[in-house]
Design a protein around this ligand. Structure first.
Ligand code: 5GP
Ligand code: MN
Length: 326
């Protein structure tokens, strides 16, 4: 059980906070971050929210007050000296904040991590959460629930709902239990509209994303075991369709919609290297598979980033490694 009273004490004992979340943030990253921001603001704290990545366009509605800043060394270089507490949400390895990693590692104040991934890096003075949580937003809910630090109003409820809805795969992944639905019921009672939230996040994409999805689906191959599906997206495909890297979020899940397939792998080329996303069904620990390639994540969803390389160089190697987990 988490001792959230310690987190409450950290908040009460300090005045200035810097919040950040992982590269290419999803709705749980932003929802937990913005919910935490709203808690701190309600308590009259000074809060900065600075992320490595820009907010994806379909999640901009969460940042209604436009408080999130995109990290820029020339603007934010001194920020690490100016705040007392640095809170990282929805990540547990400092390299997930990319350009802000250096500032975090040399940060002299209180380092807090609130997260639900496996195997946290041992660099946080204060770690709250566990891999038993469906979402970081669920941890924030528990924190509020246990400490009664603030009232959950509509704005906070919206963030938590968006984070939990998306990280549970719209209430179908493993961690979806009666308790999650009870929390959701409470958030709906605060006025969250489930139809609108789902529509904004999943049904308002640019046409270019669908064109790219079409190409990505056409690229899918099945390995010799018939249990691994592999999707590839080349750099040229982004240029051709006009889609962006953020549009790729969620594509890999289509690999698991194929009969018998238990592992889905997506390779996509970034400007500076290769991103691999892994997904699995059941007990197959793709987080361990990702670790083999310098990444990490959850049992059923993980990823890795490899600099200065191509799909060709890694594809066969990764499929071979994946076959060992079947
Ligand atoms: P996605 O495939 O959606 O980018 O990431 C799925 C999960 O894998 C994320 O929630 C995160 O936990 C993990 N993940 C993705 N990329 C990386 C990476 O480069 N390093 C680490 N440690 N984890 C990653
Ligand atoms: Mn999450």
């Amino acid at each position: 059980m988490n001792d959230f009273s310690k987190l409450k004490k950290i908040i009460e004992g300090h005045n200035s906070f810097l919040l950040s979340t992982h590269v290419n943030p999803d709705a749980d990253a932003l929802g937990s971050e913005l919910a935490f921001y709203l808690i701190l603001k309600k308590l009259g704290k000074e809060v900065k929210v600075v992320n490595h990545s820009a907010t994806p366009y379909n999640l901009e509605f969460l940042d209604k007050e436009k408080v999130i800043e995109k990290f820029d060394e020339s603007v934010h270089g001194k920020i690490f000296d100016d705040v007392e507490v640095f809170v990282l949400l929805d990540l547990n390895q400092a390299n997930r904040i990319v350009k802000m990693e250096k500032g975090f590692r040399s940060f002299k104040g209180v380092k807090v991590c609130i997260d639900h991934h496996l195997d946290p890096e041992n660099v946080f003075d204060n770690y709250f959460g566990s891999a038993d949580y469906s979402a970081t937003s669920e941890i924030i809910y528990d924190f509020i629930e246990q400490t009664k630090i603030v009232e959950i109003d509509y704005e906070i409820a919206l963030q938590l709902y968006a984070g939990i809805m998306t990280d549970t795969g719209s209430f179908r992944f493993d961690r979806t239990n009666p308790r999650i639905h009870r929390i959701m019921a409470e958030l709906l009672e605060k006025g969250v509209n489930p139809t609108t939230v789902y529509d904004k996040i999943y049904d308002q994409f640019k046409f270019a994303r669908l064109k790219l999805l079409g190409e990505a689906l056409s690229s899918i191959e099945i390995d010799s075991t018939n249990r691994i599906a592999v999707m590839c997206i080349k750099k040229e495909a982004l240029a051709r369709t006009g889609a962006t890297e953020a549009d790729i979020d969620g594509f890999v899940n289509y690999c698991l919609t194929i009969q018998n397939v238990q592992i889905g792998i997506l390779f996509y080329e970034l400007k500076d290297g290769l991103k691999i996303s892994f997904r699995s069904k059941g007990e197959i620990p793709v987080n361990k598979l990702a670790v083999e390639f310098g990444g990490g994540g959850h049992t059923n969803a993980s990823g890795a980033k490899i600099y200065n390389t191509t799909i060709e160089e890694y594809k066969e190697k990764v499929i071979k490694a994946a076959q060992q987990y079947l």
